[in-house]
Design a binder for this molecule. Structure first.
Ligand SMILES: [Zn+2]
Length: 444
């Protein structure tokens, strides 16, 4: 079916023109009827956030999403666009996407009176019906441009409590009375806009940050949260990280290394040394994943290896990508931040190690080192150089095999470091660090 070019054609086609709320509701009903979940790509919210969004849309409610940083609030809000029709008709040339049946701007109303069914139409994509008021610094943004231009669409406001009182009042008038001020004159412009906001819960509830009438206008508060399981954290990490296909070599990240990353973030979210009011974003995990691969990529390039495989000795690269994204509870020197991250990394390695091994099962390895042998590792050492050492250590090959990795030199090197570091953290092996080189040896 071709798209109507005039109001007359539109009437004949029988295509209904709905309000944004009706339109979102209609498309959600289709999804529910066909058991299709809304918001593809949003992970970990199937039983918590998504059912609440469903209800809010069915009810035509204004929503505010409350959550700490990096819980996908903006992503959810942007994803609501998928509930709009792919294309809708507007009065051709109208800056505020006027409904051809009921235009609200003067120019279009005059045109309709003059042309009737010959009123020319234009169709717009749903992507053009979404705007973000990230920097609603002053009233002008609300009144003159951004919001009216989102007429018949979705307007998102990130961090609602950051708006000045004046802007909040403007927003309230818009939501409540559909009043817009232009150059000091109040005019009634009954805009059809769905306003969706986000806020940090602490800021939202603290007195004086949001004017009460505006708060009352949001019918539902939907609480977001961090991934409840490591799997969800990892799934988001893999989905959001820069694609590994763009790297110079094939990337192979062993599962135990990924688990260490996810545990690190989980540990950080439990730590009382970190400010949990602002939170620990999923972006910590995502950026750590990227840093870890980058550090391993440098080695692969220098050593001319065919695979990029991160190891424990690459984990120092996480200090830079973690530090900036957490807020220490007690502000001290920078060094303290690094110390904390290191402590959390060690805790994570131990957790993952204990999921795979018992100390008893690695007794032979410990005995070997106790008899005076040592092994040197570093993030610059070629994987091939590990293989000689591995052969000598009784029990190590079996331990590596139990991790169910392919037996390529790079993966074996990574597994070796994981086993040795785990034993060290259990105080079974000594570890000496000199320059970038690490020597594991006798603990006695
Ligand atoms: Zn118009």
């Amino acid at each position: 079916m071709s798209e109507a070019k005039t109001l007359g054609e539109l009437k004949k086609s029988g295509v209904a023109v709905l309000s944004v709320r009706e339109e979102m509701r209609k498309n959600l009903v289709h999804c529910l009827e066909s058991n299709k979940r809304i918001l593809p790509g949003i992970i970990g919210y199937d039983n918590t956030v998504i059912p609440e969004i469903d209800n809010a849309i069915l009810s035509g409610h204004h929503m505010v999403f409350l959550g700490e940083r990096g819980q996908g609030k903006s992503r959810i809000i942007r994803g609501l666009v998928s509930l709009l029709d792919e294309r809708i008709p507007i009065v051709a040339g109208c800056e505020i996407n006027d409904n051809p049946y009921k235009p609200i701007c003067r120019v279009c109303r005059n045109k309709l009176a003059e042309l009737g069914d010959a009123l020319p139409l234009q169709w717009i994509d749903r992507d053009h019906r979404y705007a973000e008021g990230r920097y609603l610094a002053d009233e002008e943004t609300i009144h003159y441009s951004l919001v009216p231009r989102t007429n018949r669409g979705i307007f998102a406001i990130n961090e609602l409590p950051d708006l000045t009182e004046k802007v909040q009042v403007g927003l309230f008038n818009l939501m409540e009375e559909k009043d817009v001020q232009i150059k000091g004159y109040k005019i009634r412009l009954p805009l059809d806009v769905v306003i969706v906001a986000s806020a940090n819960p602490e800021d939202y509830t603290s007195r004086g940050r949001i004017i009460t009438p505006l708060k009352d206008r949001f019918d539902v508060q939907i609480r977001t949260h961090y991934p409840k399981t490591l799997q969800d954290e990892l799934a988001i990490m893999e989905q959001e990280a820069a694609p590994v296909e763009h790297r110079s070599r094939k990337v192979e990240v062993p599962r135990f290394m990924k688990d260490i990353l996810a545990h690190l973030t989980f540990e950080a979210r439990k730590s009382n040394e970190i400010n949990q009011t602002s939170g620990v974003s999923v972006r910590v995990t995502i950026n750590n994943f990227e840093s870890l691969i980058s550090n391993a990529e440098k080695r692969a390039l220098r050593c001319k290896e065919t695979e990029i495989v991160p190891r424990v000795s690459d984990l120092h690269a996480l200090l830079a990508s973690t530090s900036g994204k957490i807020e220490m509870e007690y502000v001290g020197e920078d060094k303290k931040e690094d110390e904390l991250v290191e402590k959390l990394i060690n805790r994570s390695i131990l957790k993952v190690f204990d999921q795979h091994f018992t100390l008893n099962s690695l007794q032979k390895i410990v005995e070997y080192f106790n008899s005076g042998w040592g092994v040197e590792v570093s993030d610059q050492m070629a994987s091939q150089d590990y293989l000689e050492d591995i052969k000598e250590i009784p029990g190590l090959k079996e331990a590596i095999r139990s991790l169910k990795i392919q037996e390529s030199p790079s993966l074996m090197a990574s597994a070796t470091e994981f086993v040795l570091e785990g034993l060290h953290l259990h105080q079974k092996l000594n570890k000496e660090i000199q320059g970038g080189r690490v020597t594991y040896g006798n603990s006695k």
